[in-house]
Design a protein around this ligand. Structure first.
Ligand SMILES: CCCCCCCCCCCCCCCC(=O)SCCNC(=O)CCNC(=O)[C@H](O)C(C)(C)COP(=O)(O)OP(=O)(O)OC[C@H]1O[C@@H](n2cnc3c(N)ncnc32)[C@H](O)[C@@H]1OP(=O)(O)O
Ligand SMILES: NC(=O)C1=CN([C@@H]2O[C@H](COP(=O)(O)OP(=O)(O)OC[C@H]3O[C@@H](n4cnc5c(N)ncnc54)[C@H](OP(=O)(O)O)[C@@H]3O)[C@@H](O)[C@H]2O)C=CC1
Length: 547
């Protein structure tokens, strides 16, 4: 990590102040403020994390709603045997880009992939590419990060903090840079209950931490990680807090905006409702519940579920880029991008709507009928895990073994328990975010921009959104066909009949075992039967009298 230390020292020292573009060019001929699309016209934009969930939506929206944008430079690394060119061309073929493709079949000409591995010295960008970027980029959107909750601290630090610092160093060499937009998370300060749109003092001085971890073996770092992250739940939120601090330190040299989204979910409206392409956050939970695998999870029914649609986050991000470049705020502006304080919805309501939505639009080949319940009671949750997760998994694995197949259900449940265990922290408590900057930004938009770059979540209809979200997981994550819904419903009916038959047989079996062995059980049985008989006779007699 030697190079990492050197880059943070360099940044703290005498980094060359960026030559910012002139603000005058951002007003119209009549002196009025340019619209967002007009601002991005002719601009060169640099994006990190463009192959990720939010990065893709950002690229799509820029191309669709700001068609005059000059070039999008995407920092991409080769991965899984694919070159960066193959990855970007695959990305552009995906359904998300259908609307852009319709409007402009040649949109790919605006995209220039730049090879970069963010954890490497100088971001592993070639000198020619550095030359190209520093001479023309006008605005940077930094989305790349590791969002894994179980990331080893050293790696999370390298990517979330040090890569951010290196990108800031590069930004300072750019001659025409007008804005640097950093994507953080609303949970960077989740150790606080009330979170304002300010950058809080870091839990530790980033440079000191890097210096100390540099010589330590990974096993030692792993051992001391819980002590270091303190009252934060994971290395992700911890390193995102440090990154904010690193970004803030450059705010005297660069115009900076920091976006803090809460739990980013499927799109609300654009490019089509319900678009989602991953299992992160709630999406994996919804799918597991829809498949009938997840039956119980620890969450607080009454806690606010601070989901925010991805298109809202991206619209706000683009608007913040415009505002930062045009108004050049003196300090970095932080935008808490959340729904809880504006249009709250609760985990209990989410559970209800997810379940009813998957009953109307079932997923294919469900393991059981969807019926997940959330509870804040630890013991209750453990009980249901035993009865509704482990017991069925054992039976199913036994069936697989007996039919000569490899058992797999217990393994799936173990992974699921690990995933939901990491998410529970966020679904079991409430936070309060101040979102004044989001309102301020909205008040600066023209009526036209407010429509095109809509981030007004007061208009969000939650039941409709959740329905589209669940359908989105079916269509875009699992690639299931909507025309198969009748067959999926038939499958659910079959599962219901199996359950009824199984429950009846189990009851009869248990009762037979008891009746055969215990006089008391027999007495209870006769008592219940005679009570039913008496009740029926009474009912018949009274109905004869009334007739
Ligand atoms: C009806 C009920 C309503 C109540 C509903 C409450 C929802 C309550 C959500 C709170 C949400 C907070 C979100 C904070 C807001 C940010 O800050 S956003 C950043 C969010 N970051 C994440 O969500 C990342 C979390 N994921 C991870 O850290 C890692 O994937 C895990 C969970 C540790 C698993 O790691 P791993 O074992 O190495 O495996 P990985 O290859 O990543 O995935 C393994 C399998 O688990 C699946 N999986 C991954 N994530 C999940 C998941 N979330 N769920 C299920 N499966 C998952 C993968 O698809 C994969 O399946 P296969 O493709 O192998 O079949
Ligand atoms: N998703 C959410 O719910 C939330 C996300 N955020 C923030 O939003 C941002 C984007 O998140 P999201 O899109 O969901 O995350 P993804 O995991 O989907 O995307 C991460 C992106 O970062 C890139 N990346 C990771 N490591 C490297 C590396 N070493 N070199 C180059 N590129 C790398 C990935 O590229 P590759 O494809 O090569 O792996 C990918 O493009 C993050 O900053 C995150 O903290 C904030 C709040 C909530």
């Amino acid at each position: 990590m030697c190079y990492l230390r050197s880059c943070i020292v360099k940044a703290g020292g005498t980094g060359r102040a960026t030559q910012m573009g002139k603000t005058g060019e951002e007003t119209g001929a009549d002196g009025s403020m340019v619209s967002i699309a007009d601002y991005y016209a002719g601009k060169n934009v640099l994006i990190t994390g463009a192959t990720g969930f939010m990065g893709k939506v950002l690229v799509e929206k820029l191309l669709r709603s700001c068609p005059e944008v000059q070039t999008l430079y995407l920092l991409v690394r080769p991965k899984a045997g694919q070159s960066m060119h193959e990855r970007v061309s695959d990305m552009m073929k995906c359904k998300l880009f259908d609307r852009v493709r319709e409007d402009n079949p040649d949109f790919h000409q605006k995209i220039v992939p730049i090879s970069s591995e963010l954890t490497q010295p100088a971001l592993a960008i070639s000198p020619e590419d550095v030359e190209r970027l520093t001479s023309c980029v006008n605005i940077i959107f930094h989305c790349a990060a590791t969002i894994r909750f179980d990331e080893p601290l050293k790696h999370a630090l390298q990517l979330n903090v040090m890569a951010t610092q290196q990108l800031l160093n590069l930004a300072q060499q750019m001659h025409h840079l007008q804005a640097f937009i950093h994507i953080s998370t609303a949970y960077a300060n989740c150790n606080r209950r009330h979170i304002d749109e300010i950058i809080y003092p870091p839990p530790v001085e980033p440079k000191k931490l890097i210096d100390s971890l540099e010589w330590m073996e990974d096993s030692i770092v792993r051992d001391i990680t819980p002590r270091l992250i303190g009252d934060r739940p994971n290395t992700y939120t911890y390193t995102k807090a440090l990154a904010e601090c690193v970004v803030q330190r450059e705010s005297s040299k660069l115009s900076i905006g920091i976006i803090r989204p809460s739990i980013v979910g499927a799109s609300w409206q654009e490019p089509f409702p319900g678009w989602i392409d991953n299992f992160n956050g709630p999406s994996g939970v919804f799918i597991a519940a829809g498949k009938g695998i997840l039956r119980t999870m620890r969450a607080n029914n009454d806690a606010v579920a601070d989901l925010i649609p991805v298109d809202v986050v991206i619209n706000l991000t683009l608007a913040a880029g415009w505002y930062t470049a045009v108004h050049r705020p003196k300090a970095a502006l932080v935008y808490n991008c959340t729904t809880g304080g504006i249009n709250p919805f609760h985990w209990g309501e989410i559970e209800h709507h997810v379940m009813s939505s998957f009953k109307r639009n079932p997923l294919e080949q469900a393991f059981r009928r969807p019926n997940a319940n959330i509870t804040s009671n630890y013991l209750m949750n453990q009980y249901w895990i035993l009865v509704s997760h482990k017991f069925p998994a054992l039976i199913y694995d036994l069936y697989l073994r007996l039919s000569g197949q490899k058992p797999q259900m217990m393994r799936i449940f173990n992974r699921l328990h690990k995933a939901i265990g990491l998410l529970e922290y966020f679904s079991s408590q409430d936070w309060e975010w101040n979102s004044e900057n989001m309102n301020m930004l909205m008040s600066h938009l023209s009526p036209e921009d407010r429509k095109t770059f809509n981030f007004d979540v007061r208009q969000l209809n939650w039941p409709e959104y959740i329905e589209n979200y669940c359908i989105g997981t079916k269509k875009y994550v699992l690639n299931e066909d909507m025309s198969d819904i009748p067959a999926a419903k038939q499958h659910l009916r079959k599962l219901r009949n199996i359950r009824y038959t199984f429950n009846t047989l189990l009851l009869v079996f248990i009762w037979r075992v008891f009746i055969a062995r215990s006089q008391m059980a027999r007495n209870i049985w006769y008592f219940v039967v005679s009570l039913c008989f008496k009740f029926l006779s009474y009912f018949r007699a009274s109905s004869t009298l009334t007739n």
